[in-house]
Structures are given as C-alpha cells and as structure tokens.
Design a binder for this molecule. Structure first.
Ligand SMILES: Cc1cc2nc3c(=O)[nH]c(=O)nc-3n(C[C@H](O)[C@H](O)[C@H](O)COP(=O)(O)OP(=O)(O)OC[C@H]3O[C@@H](n4cnc5c(N)ncnc54)[C@H](O)[C@@H]3O)c2cc1C
Length: 429
C-alpha cells in the first residue's frame, strides 16, 4: 500500500465510515471514496428504533458525522450512488450511472436489508425499519394509529413495541416461535424480556404464522393461522438479508454474506469486507459467523483499517460478540455466544429494580452473559470471557462489578437511550 493508493469503500454507514476514519487515524494519505446508495449522511441506526421513534428529535440528531466533518477527513462520500458490480481483476467498482471507479484496495460495507414478509399486504401502513427515511415514515404514522401489530419478536420488533406501548390503544407482537429470543437466550431469560412487555400492556401472539395482512391502502388486520389480530399499523421486523446481489458476476465467494478469512480479506486480492455483510471464521470459537451488531461493525472497521495498511502484519478478528437493546427504561446486554442448552447461573435477580444478571456456562467455561440494567456487570463479563478467565474467576469479576456498582450507584438504569455509552471499548483485537 502506498501513499498514492486509492481505496474505494462501498457502503457509507457505520462500518464503511469507521473504516475510512481508521485509515486516516493510521495516517493513510491516499484517496478514500465512499460510495453510498442512500441519500442520507451516515446515521446511527440503533437510535432509529429508540430515541428517534420515541421523541420529536430532529433527523440531524442521529447523524454520525456532518458533511463538513467527513470532508475535513478528506473522505469523498458519494451519496445516492449505488454500486452495481465489482471487477477484482480490473480493480474497478461499477456504479449505477455507468461510471467505473478505479481502486487499489476496496472494502465491501454494504450491510443488510430487511427481510420482506412474503404475504399479501396493503399498499400502505406496513412498515419496515432500516434507515432514516423508514424511521421518519413510521414516526409520522404513529399519530394516526390505534392498534399496532408488530410482526417479529426480535430486538427491533421489541424495541418498537416498547416505544408504542402506552402511546396507542393496543400493541400485539406476533412471533412464529413459541417464545421470542428463547432460541438465543433460553426460556428463563426470554420470559424476563416478555414479562417486561406484558407489564406495559403489550400482547403476544406466540407460535403463530402470518398468512396475510388485510386491507387495500392501509391495514385493517393481520391474519394468523386461525384468527385475525386487528391492526391499523403494522411494523415488520423478521430479520435481514446481506446486501450481496450487486456482487453477482464478480467471482467473489458469497455464502450468506461475503466470505472472508480471519483477517476479513475476501476471496479476491485487495478486497476486504466489514460489518453486517461480512462472514468470517472467528478463531476464538472455531466457528464462522456473521454478526448484525453495532459494536461488531465498529470493531471490524478498526481491524480492516489496520490490515489495509499493514498487509504483512494483519490482525485476526476474534471478538467476544456484544449487543445491547433498550426497551422502556431497561437496557438489555448480551455478551458472547450464549445458547438455550447452556447452564444458566443467575448472579442477580431483582424484579423490583428490573435488574437481572446471568452467566451461561458450557463445558466448564463461561461462554456468555445476559444483563438487564447492569452495564458494569456486562462489561466485567465481556472482559472476563475475552481474557479466558475460569468460571470461578469470571463469576467473581462479575460479582465484584455488582458490588462496586451497588456502592457507586452505577446500578441505576441507563440515563439515555440510543448510542451505547457502556459498550465495552478497547477490546478491539
Ligand atoms: C432500527 C435498528 C436498530 C438497531 N439497534 C441496534 C442496537 O440496539 N444494538 C446493536 O448492537 N445493533 C443495533 N442495530 C444493528 C446495527 O445498526 C448494525 O449492526 C450496523 O448498522 C451495521 O453497520 P454496517 O455499516 O455494516 O451496515 P449498514 O448499517 O446496513 O449499512 C450498509 C450501507 O450500505 C449501503 N449499500 C448497500 N448496498 C449498496 C450498494 N450496492 N452500493 C452502495 N451502497 C450500498 C446501504 O445503503 C447502507 O447505508 C440496529 C439496526 C437497526 C436497523
């Protein structure tokens, strides 16, 4: 890599932007172009289902950077410009308008798109939530809504339910599985999360499949196998699919995401991938993963920024995964790779304070953690798992964080939703 090189990053959200910034931080002086299909400046997607939806916050409040800040880093951000192809041998990115952008190194940061529900539906009133225009459209629709159906009991669906509960007459979460999140966190923890919502009046239709959304220009109900849930606003959050269609014909290995090695290099020389779109082998777990979490996008961007500039001394990306979600005034945090078959060790359970901390044990190792309104314990657990501490040491570390938090008042719920102030940092490999 020389100072005169040109790096083209496809996808201008958090992973793409942070990669560009990492390059500048490491004193890369060559040209950086980011190609972004959307017209908006890079924005904080976690805020879309939290403070942007819950308040009248202006759209600017969720921007990650202003145009001036991006320009000040000498990053050429080309918005409203979709990449339609990649030619690794010719080292060009094809743009929708026909232009070809030459590169020395390229980074794929095209993220994911919401999975569409394959059922008949009205032309309006059915919302998906991925970007700023989606969030503004949903926010504008809430005022007229009385009965809301949220299809999908994952984090985005549950966050939307938590914002709408109490603001409309009724909210029903429809989930195909018998218990939302139980396949990830086990029944005990999943029940805590569901109870949080039931206490706010949210109804659940569990183990039910949607066959149709009734209505012509707006919804009147959601048809399940055997019943109808009345709804004049529908929000769908049923997962996401990686944005890899534009790579067809590039020869790049794509398999449920862009296939990378442990250094986040794709199958084509000079092309890396980063963020939600990247699938890579995490040597810590001996498993290939693709993670759709904010912290992962940021940590990967740091690694790719380094690896682009240091190809002879690349860093492997071996994180302990981490995700947070804000629902009501409760922060949920998941650390590591917990599974429903793990042994759950409850470290704290205080329903009154809506605090709950648990570790997941597998084959005599702590493999995961779950914390509700307990950010310092979540951080302690992530550090302990990252350091490979024994269960006794890990649980002691989480226990001391518990005591320290209680002593210092840190145990109180997070003061502001949105961007995660307690996300463990400094753990980037
Ligand atoms: C509503 C919502 C709430 C969330 N809340 C949380 C949370 O609480 N905690 C958490 O950890 N994570 C959360 N996430 C996930 C987190 O936002 C993502 O992990 C993160 O945005 C991934 O960043 P990315 O840059 O990899 O991908 P994306 O943010 O998906 O960005 C990819 C970008 O690439 C662009 N693009 C796609 N195809 C092309 C193309 N062909 N040409 C040019 N540009 C293209 C897209 O327009 C997009 O801007 C949330 C996500 C959403 C949608």
């Amino acid at each position: 890599m020389s100072e005169q090189d040109t790096i083209v990053i496809v996808g201008g959200s958090v992973a793409g932007l942070r990669t560009a910034e990492a390059l500048r931080r490491h004193s890369f002086g060559g040209a950086i172009t980011i190609v972004e299909a959307g017209r908006e400046l890079p924005h904080d997607r976690p805020a879309l289902s939290k403070q942007l939806l819950a308040t009248d916050a202006p759209p600017e409040s969720v921007l990650l950077r202003t145009a001036a800040q991006i320009a000040a880093r000498d990053i050429d951000l080309r918005r409203g410009t979709a990449a339609t192809g990649l030619d690794p041998a010719g080292r060009t990115v094809q743009l929708a308008g026909g232009e070809r952008l030459a590169f020395d190194q390229a980074v794929i940061a095209t993220g994911v798109a919401p999975r569409r529900l394959p059922v008949p539906a009205p032309t309006g009133g059915v919302h998906y939530l991925r970007d700023l225009p989606d969030a503004l459209a949903l926010r504008a629709a809430i005022g007229d809504a009385r009965q809301v159906a949220v299809i999908g009991g994952g984090f985005i669906g549950l966050e939307v339910a938590s914002v709408l509960a109490g603001r409309v007459e009724g909210v029903t979460v429809i989930e195909a599985m018998p218990s939302p999140l139980a396949h990830l966190l086990g029944e005990t923890v999943a029940r805590r999360v569901v109870d949080l919502h039931r206490a706010q009046g949210v109804q659940f239709a569990l183990g039910r499949t949607v066959t149709r959304i009734l209505g012509t220009d707006r919804p009147s109900g959601v048809v399940l196998d055997g019943s109808i849930i009345p709804a004049d606003l529908v929000v769908v959050g049923v997962g996401a699919v990686p944005n890899t269609g534009w790579l067809a014909g590039s020869g790049l290995a794509v398999d449920g995401g862009v296939v990378c090695d442990e250094h986040l290099r794709t199958s084509a020389a000079g092309v890396h991938a980063v963020g939600d779109v990247a699938r890579w082998p995490n040597a810590r777990y001996g498993q290939t993963m693709r993670i759709e979490h904010w912290t992962n996008a940021i940590e990967q961007a740091g690694v790719v920024g380094w690896n682009l500039l240091n190809p002879r001394a690349p860093r492997a990306y071996t994180p302990v995964p981490y995700v947070w979600s804000d629902q009501y005034d409760t922060r949920l945090q998941i650390i590591g790779r917990p599974g429903p078959a793990d042994t759950l060790m409850i470290l704290e359970d205080d329903p009154g304070a809506r605090r709950f901390v648990a570790a997941y044990l597998r084959a005599d190792a702590v493999v995961g953690g779950f914390a509700m309104n307990a950010p310092s314990q979540a951080l302690a657990l992530r550090r302990a798992i990252t350091a490979g501490l024994s269960p006794t040491e890990a649980l002691a570390a989480a226990g001391s964080a518990l005591e320290a938090a209680a002593f210092s008042g840190l145990a109180s719920p997070p003061s502001r939703p949105g961007a995660d102030p307690t996300a463990p940092t400094g753990l980037t490999p």
